[in-house]
Write a protein that binds this ligand. Structure first.
Ligand code: F6R
Length: 610
């Protein structure tokens, strides 16, 4: 989704901003732009293309400036085009503004401004903001105040950075619902929508909260609420290195992230399991242990891949804790007037911790008095900070747009939470120890699957030209089927659907013929025999079958066209293993189709708009 980078200091802002924008490319975007102000000129350069294109355009001139802002745009209102790209500019070419989010009342604001004589060039909702700030600059004596007054009229979400020719010593930023961080340097300061854009320069950051505005100089910054109250902001140290956000020799971030899952899964459980007592220790839930264990209901809310993790979590929690669990798309939860009580615990799962729908659902649940737990990857993200308590998944930065290692780490953390609650209920110590033992030996099993990368690549050859796929699984592997189908469609643009295997005969079976590959996740669990029957049903209709099966399953090999074997684990942990071949399959199919798997079309890494 849109990215913001800004610089003020003693260096040339242009290479710093371009490099920052490149680090945000993974978020997904369709146009880019940069605006700089120096003593002799104010310049905006935009392109409908990529940041590399912007770089070529800007390098044509020899511009130098200590103050600048840059943006990558993911279109919401108005198609990707030069005119709709940011920065937006006032008529006098003195104010440059970049914005993430959506201005919901832009039509009303635009009408008022047009009546005042303001001319609009773009189709976007954002342009109103720059004119509104221009309007207030006529009566307020500085940019900071003008921005504050303008934002008081805005309904919607924003993360903005604004610079002004007449005040070239500052950047003004503000946030509501769209992340914004200030990077603190020595005689230089930075602004970004994501810390990844800053960490090459500083590890000290200040997170702006909703309803806050700040003016940033090269050597200091001041923050206020938009209703003009002074606030003191805390400086945080970010524990992130450039190595962690580089491709590390892999051709794509997605492959790197799939292949590093033995590490990421280990990091998710590291220091959190106590074998002797058969318990999990989750510091982030401290003080809430009894309230969680005594919840009358657990709701898990999330979007996309995180929602699939939530579904696996439902199976885990109900099996081991006996507490009823409901899983809900955050986008539905926020609008359907859900019945929530103070006895409910609501878990919000989000890799980025910034997904707009999940954040809104969190606010709704908090308002209704439920205990809200965050399960996030990005440390310091909004959902992590706004939750009452929570558990980080510690998967490390996930840059590939298609979520892979975050999913398996989410499952690990859900297993830890399950153990955490179950041991406070009916699960005895030796049962807890058995789960912990299985978690400890998971890593070598993950490694064994990753070693099959080459064979999975060969299998991908057989399926690269298929137009439709069906993914089927039962029990714990129904959500895995959904996740496998999502991975394939989002990066290869092949239509794929996931279903509970038994549902096949209630409709999707009509699609099956020799051109329709069906991927079965057929683990040796309590529903194995049933899944085998479903495989027979597909065979009877000449369907092509790829099965993900357990290592000791010789029988299935005779039934299906291709099989990928995974080691056996206990039912609760098996999805962590069965999903990995599906990630690799999707990856290789997309690469063989010549697609850029790290930046799939139309998708954004962090969906900060509704
Ligand atoms: C799929 C994918 C998305 C995200 C979804 C939620 O590969 O990445 O479906 O899972 O947008 O994002 P988070 O987890 O950041 O809330």
């Amino acid at each position: 989704m849109c990215g913001i980078v800004g610089y003020i200091g003693e260096k040339n802002s242009i290479p710093i901003i371009l490099e920052g924008l490149k680090r945000l490319e993974y978020r997904g975007y369709d146009s880019a732009g940069i605006g700089i102000i120096n003593t002799t000129e104010c310049k905006v350069v935009k392109t409908k293309g990529k940041v590399a294109e912007l770089e070529k355009l800007i390098n044509k001139g020899s511009i130098h400036s200590n103050l600048g802002i840059g943006h990558t745009r993911w279109a919401t209102h108005g198609e990707p085009s030069m005119v709709n790209a940011h920065p937006h500019i006032n008529e006098a070419h003195t104010i440059f503004l970049i914005h993430n989010g959506i201005i919901e009342n832009y039509a009303t604001l635009k009408k008022g401004l047009q009546e005042e004589g303001y001319k609009f060039k773009s189709e976007t909702d954002k342009e109103v903001l720059v004119h509104l700030i221009d309007h207030y600059l006529k009566t307020k004596n500085n940019l900071f105040q003008a921005v504050r007054y303008a934002l008081n009229e805005v309904e919607g979400t924003y993360g903005i950075a604004v610079i002004y020719k007449n005040e070239p010593e500052k950047i003004v930023v503000a946030r509501k619902g769209s992340p914004l961080v200030i990077g603190i340097g020595k005689n230089e300061n930075f602004v970004a929508s994501d810390v990844n854009a800053l960490i090459a320069h500083t590890s000290q950051v200040v997170y702006l909260e909703d309803g806050e505005v700040a003016e940033i100089y090269k050597d200091r910054f001041h923050a206020k609420t938009i209703s003009d109250e002074n606030i003191i902001k805390e400086i945080h140290e970010v524990d992130l290195s450039i190595d962690e956000i580089s491709k590390g020799g892999f051709s794509h971030y997605m492959l790197k992230e799939i292949m590093e899952q033995s590490d990421s899964i280990f990091n998710s459980m590291r220091g959190r399991l106590v074998l002797k007592e058969g318990i999990s220790k989750l510091g982030g839930l401290q003080g809430f242990e009894e309230r969680i264990a005594n919840s009358s209901r657990i709701i898990i809310s999330a979007c996309g891949t995180s929602w699939h993790a939530a579904l696996v979590g439902e199976y885990m929690l109900e099996e081991y804790t006996g507490i009823p669990v409901e899983v809900e798309y955050a986008s539905e939860f926020r609008y359907r007037h859900p019945v929530i009580t103070k006895n409910d615990t609501v878990i919000f799962i989000s890799q980025s911790g910034e997904t707009a729908d999940t954040l809104a659902a969190l606010k709704e649940a908090k308002k209704k008095g439920a205990l809200c737990l965050g399960v996030c990857n990005v440390v310091g993200s909004t959902i992590a900070r706004d939750s009452d308590a929570g558990v980080y998944i510690h998967a490390g930065p996930e840059i590939g747009v298609a979520s892979t290692k975050a999913f398996t780490s989410q499952l690990v953390v859900l297993a830890l939470i399950t153990l955490f609650i179950a041991r406070r209920k009916n699960l005895n110590m030796s049962e807890g120890q058995e789960i912990i033992h299985e978690m400890h030996i998971l890593i070598s099993k993950v490694e064994a699957i990753l070693k099959q990368n080459k064979e999975i690549e060969k299998i991908a050859d057989e399926y690269v030209n298929c137009k439709n796929f069906l993914y089927l699984g039962r029990g714990y592997h129904f959500p895995v089927a959904l996740e496998g189908a999502l991975k394939l469609k989002e990066i290869s643009y092949i239509h794929a659907e996931g279903y509970p295997a038994a549902e096949m005969k209630h409709g999707p079976i009509a699609l099956i013929d020799e051109n329709m590959p069906v991927v079965f996740i057929a683990m040796k669990d309590s529903v194995y025999e049933k899944v085998i029957s479903n495989i027979e049903e597909v065979k009877a209709r000449k369907g092509r079958i790829l099965a993900i099966a357990n290592e000791d399953d010789d029988y299935i090999e005779k039934l299906v066209d291709h099989v990928i074997k995974v080691p056996k684990s206990i039912n609760m942990l098996q999805p962590i293993l069965s999903v990995i071949p599906l990630q690799l399959l999707a990856y290789h199919i997309a690469v063989k189709k010549g697609l850029n798997v790290d930046q799939p079309r139309n998708l954004a890494k962090s969906v900060t708009v509704e």
